[in-house]
Design a protein around this ligand. Structure first.
Ligand SMILES: NC(=O)c1ccc[n+]([C@@H]2O[C@H](COP(=O)([O-])OP(=O)(O)OC[C@H]3O[C@@H](n4cnc5c(N)ncnc54)[C@H](O)[C@@H]3O)[C@@H](O)[C@H]2O)c1
Length: 254
């Protein structure tokens, strides 16, 4: 209990259930942060915020399309008017456009980059302005194992996640003087609505978990990622910035 007590967090993409944003928001709320849960799906974000409040925490929900620049400014302004500051930004919202390079259209590619990469740029740009005002903060950007290694049908997705990985390091370099930390998290196969849709797109019901692919031999749960994000959000990681955290049961060790 209390690993982020007194801190104020924004978590994007917090509606999906099961989803990484929802579990992260619940985890930060349980550990004492006040949480602004955002999503294009406001009803889902409201449910997450209500769960945090029901457990005794502080949370509000806001509708947000993370590709919209002026909405980012409104989200941060409301966070500050409601809770007084911004300590933690988790750029989690994302989509997966999974097609071979031959099948990807230019519109597919641009949509993937807008939702997964341009959004992170906007969140960091405006989040850093506020964090500087309140003496620092920590940003956690969701990348992927697909931002580290090549995988078939991940041309656009990997381009977006590889971009997130390196932009994270630039933000760490630029933000250091203002006590702003920035790290990326690289999940492997975690059971969420996104993963279920990806598996269904491959004509299967379960992810392939053979030990040649995932050494621990099992699919991850959202808590496996939320626990890493909690560490990076807390003061326990005060000397950690510009780093990439692979949480993949050994997938990329092969
Ligand atoms: N689940 C995995 O195995 C896995 C692996 C690697 C990386 N990731 C990354 O983790 C993050 C969360 O993934 P997830 O599996 O929980 O996905 P999910 O699809 O279950 O949830 C994503 C959430 O983002 C929201 N969203 C989508 N577009 C948005 C937009 N334009 N603006 C605001 N919200 C928007 C959705 O409504 C949804 O609530 C994503 O960035 C994803 O790429 C997931």
């Amino acid at each position: 209990m209390g690993r982020v007590t007194g801190k104020v967090a924004i978590v994007t993409g917090g509606a999906s259930n099961p989803g990484l944003g929802r579990t992260t928001a619940l985890t930060l709320g349980r550990e004492g942060a006040s949480v602004v849960v955002t999503d294009v799906n406001l009803e889902g974000a409201e449910k997450t915020a209500a769960e945090i409040r029901a457990a005794g925490g502080n949370a509000i929900a806001m509708a947000q399309d993370v590709t919209n620049e002026s909405r980012w400014q409104e989200i941060i302004a409301t966070t500050v008017s409601t809770y007084g500051k911004l300590d933690i930004l988790v750029n989690n919202a994302g989509i997966a456009v999974l097609k071979t390079i031959a099948d990807l259209t230019l519109a597919d590619f641009q949509r993937q980059i807008d939702v997964n990469l341009t959004s992170v740029f906007l969140g960091c740009k405006y989040g850093m302005v506020q964090m500087k005002k309140n003496g620092g903060g920590t940003i956690v950007n969701l990348s992927s194992v697909a931002g580290l290694v090549g995988m078939a049908t991940c041309g656009a997705y990997s381009a977006s996640k590889g971009g997130v990985r390196l932009m994270t390091k630039v933000i760490a370099v630029e933000g250091g003087a203002d006590n702003i930390r920035c790290n990326s998290v690289h999940p492997g196969v975690i059971w969420t609505n996104m993963q279920a849709a990806a598996v269904a797109g491959q004509g299967r019901q379960q992810p392939e978990t053979g030990q040649m692919r995932i050494p621990l031999g099992r699919v991850g749960q959202p808590e496996d990622i939320a626990n890493c994000i909690l560490y990076l959000s807390s003061d326990e990681s005060n000397y950690v910035t510009g780093a990439e955290f692979t949480v993949d049961a050994g997938m990329t060790a092969i």
